[in-house]
Design a binder for this molecule. Sequence first.
Ligand code: NFS
Length: 671
Amino acid sequence: MARKERTPQERSIDPAAQQMLIRADKLGIGTAFSRADQMPACNIGGAGMCCKICGMGPCRLTKEGHTGVCGATIDTIQARNLVRSIAAGAAAHSDHGRDMAFTLKAVANGTAEGYRIKDVAKLRNVAVLYDIPIEGRAPEEIADELADLYIAQFGQQRGELAPVRRAPEKRQAIWREQGVVPRGIDREVVEALHRTHMGDDQDANHLMNHAIRTSLTDGWGGSLIATDVSDILFGTPAPLLGEANLGVLKDDMVNVVVHGHEPTLSEMIVAASQDPEIIEYAKAAGANGVNLSGICCTANEILMRQGVPAAGNFLHQELAIMTGAVEAMVVDVQCIMQALVNLADKFHTKVITTSPKVKITGATHIEFHETSAYSTAKQILREAIDNFKNRDTTEIPDVRESLVPGFSHEYINYMLGGTYRASFRPLNDAIMSGRIRGVAAIVGCNNPRGQQDYLHTHVAKELLKQDVLLVETGCGAIAAAKLGMLLGEAGLDQVGPGLRQVCETIGMPPVLHMGSCVDNTRILTVLTQMVEEGGLGDDIDQIPAVGLAPEWMSEKALAIATYCVASGAYVIFGGTSPVSGMPDKMSDSDLVSKIISEGWEEIYGGKLEFIPEVNEMIQATLDHIDKKRAALGLPEYDPDRFSRSGDARMLALEEMPLADRRSAMYGVAAD
Ligand code: NFS
């Protein structure tokens, strides 16, 4: 039975999205939002209780005690499905990391067109972590050795993944004791597929151990490699001014939207869009140049390094085309909806696929290789410019917000301590004193089954009031950006008094945009440094911190959640649990749910829970932070302890009659 169709306001809290959804309705065009309304969610598959691993099925189990044709239980089927999702997510991130490592190798050997090593300092710092000699060596020589080491992580068969050494020592010891240190990235993903094949691993606990091992190939493997190499090639992010939302599209320019994940393509398109030859070409076509913007994690990559505006997050990909103002949507890998091609047909937009791994029927394919990167980028832009003449009527929502992204681990270190004494001391001290109650990472996708951006921003606002410092990545960060929550210090009046004092003293915003989803590894290395700084325990699980993905939808999100749990974090997801029992309680099988929460907490100190209700999500976050504070012996959080911050107090004083100020300031009676 089809669900009731929601209004644009029920589908998204973003005014730009609402405007485009009204336009979609007027034009009779479907979107992910309307398809979600029309597609009833499958309770059995959603709860992980459908097994289609072999040809005897699919077996849809609905009652306690049901088994598949082979005798597989609900627990085994849920565990197998979850392991497969985590393997797919880890594979996506890691394959991205592999391609980055190949690009680094090509740059080191002078075979990549248009790229160079932009951040030599980061290259040297990373090389040292792996004992690669740096003194007296050219950057290319160091890069060549680092690229070889990183490429080797994928095919390594035995031993330990090299980046694992970057985790806190105590954490590494737990992983060794549990036998979950990954041997090689590809090996663990292949083994995940093998173990979940018909007739293999059929013990839920044993399967979930491998879920942990597979996820670690992502967080302390492929994703970390992707972040390192992106920084080395394109620069480690530092704060800059950017803009977000559909209002960044321009009526008088050729609009090219880059969408997907890998910065190799988008960085080259950014460079090509500034090429005088391309600008001339655009002018000859009657446009004022090429206007680039991004969607999804590609947006984050070029936003935080180049200040290229973000047109939006995951659910904005169709809405951008709906403006009628996009000449080309250039995509590489991941989170690209197949619906784009049919939608683009209704307008003049060209969908251009570029990755050798991704073709979409009906899209134009211009394959992108690092050996001819710059030339291909120019070719893509020329295609877009040629398409400008086909533009019909447009409707670009006049909605955009400024934001300050670019808080890399390195920058936070510098921000807190300066160039010569870079340190996390002020942050740790602020948490220890209770000015900052704790830290929460709000990350992950949009999901059209919910109201776009509502959970992301509502949770963020409520936690800020409670003096919780926020870090954000992925589509969650873009949600916050679009709603004006990444405006540097501008939103400080919405923030609790202690956190406000810290932000004003350091000059930092209360929500730190740390990048794309592979950049969740920046959060891991930040947490590691917080441990090493001292005062917050000797492992990540002791820090008063929580990870949230309120609007998750992708398998990558499940991989991220699992490696964060394995690293010691409490992770809360919104939406539906892929290992829940049936909602009508026909099955109360909850072994896998218990393994990933209580079971993992016992071993790793972190746990994964699915909490759909927003207030429960917020309360669980605060309870966990307070529990960790108590365990560390830190003072109980007290919002009144630090009263009003300096700036707020000064403003209040300024408004006072002069005679009253003295007593207000010094507690003495006026003369
Ligand atoms: Ni992350 Fe980035 Fe967005 Fe979700 Fe997709 S873009 S890798 S998966 S939808 S946050």
